[in-house]
Design a protein around this ligand. Sequence first.
Ligand SMILES: [Zn+2]
Length: 405
Amino acid sequence: MGEFDCYCLLCSGPLVPCDIGSTSRARLTQRRRRIAKKLLAIEEGRSFDSFASDSDEEAGHDSESDCQEGDGDGEVWEQDERRSYDPDVAGNELVGWVEDIRVLGVDGGGRAFVSGRANYDDAGLIYVEQGDDPNQPSISEKPYYDCYVPSNDNEVVFPFHTHCMLVFEEAFKWSCTHSRRGKESLDLTTLYKTATRIGSLTNLNLDYGGISGVDQCWECIPGEEYSVIDPLRFSLDALDFIYKWPSAANPSQPTGSKAKGTETEKVIIDPFNSLPIEILHLICGHLPADALQYFLAASVTAYYATKNESFWKALCLERVPWAWEVWRDIDGDGEKEVVDTKQGKGKVGVNYKKLFFCLERNTEQKFGLGVENRGWLGLVNRRRIWDVCVRVSGEYWEDRKGVDG
Ligand SMILES: [Zn+2]
């Protein structure tokens, strides 16, 4: 059987190291120019072959001379550059986590186990180390398994990144609370059953959020670095201004004389002013961040219907639960303790509206997220993985229903 990759159960990301491109300035310039071209093509609805040679269509002599000049690592082939990630965006410290793998399997008695560290070999074969789960068969008898399907006539296991399982555990807790199931512990045997039921050849038969690296072998697509960035990498420092300036101008509040001057007029022609507040809240709850901002700017009725801080707090918990560090950092009264160099230590209120827009916008998954978005890429990937985990949880509850009767 030929060479092929299998992918993480939860994120469909690679189980093997990613290819990182050249750090030479000329190569970086060329790489980013290609990404800008592809982004433009996507915006214009045109197709763009990421792997095709660009010497014909691009200012060929331009990029060629760029790359000869000061190209310290000439051994990096152009073709490799088109199949590798930007070293400034996907440094080793941000992508090394993909090699931290375990597998979910069942022993001879049908009891689930999580293995020790695992190493993907090839063609579906994966080697495991002995972990601390007492259900794991001894590796002297079972050192290797087949991923997803019995490609090599071994027993089937489901590989996952350790970090993705942590995201799954958080999403599972959230889905229990959200569906009013209360505190339920995760049953790995049911999860194995679910993975078997919805498994495909190299991952699950699920929507993994539109990433395009999955192929016969993983393709490191430039511009999709976010798909392999460690989902646990996120620093609250990115949000500091939310807490320190809780009364700062609101991003979605109509500002300036133009907005004030047209308020009465908007009330008169606002088609939403006959809707009950609950319906307006439902509409707001389903709109993407940008559309929501436009809606609040266009409809004064909607704007005033969402003035209450409790609306934004509920929306945050509903729409951005994956930013769990943020919620742990805020106490029950919606305050956070901060240390300010001028004002000293104290508690400040949280501007949930601002927090919502900040988290939603900065974690929006799109092609071409680069160096300027670096601090957010872990959370972008976590948001994507969280959505997959919620889908897996939904499937899990279907199988659990069968067990519970
Ligand atoms: Zn994963």
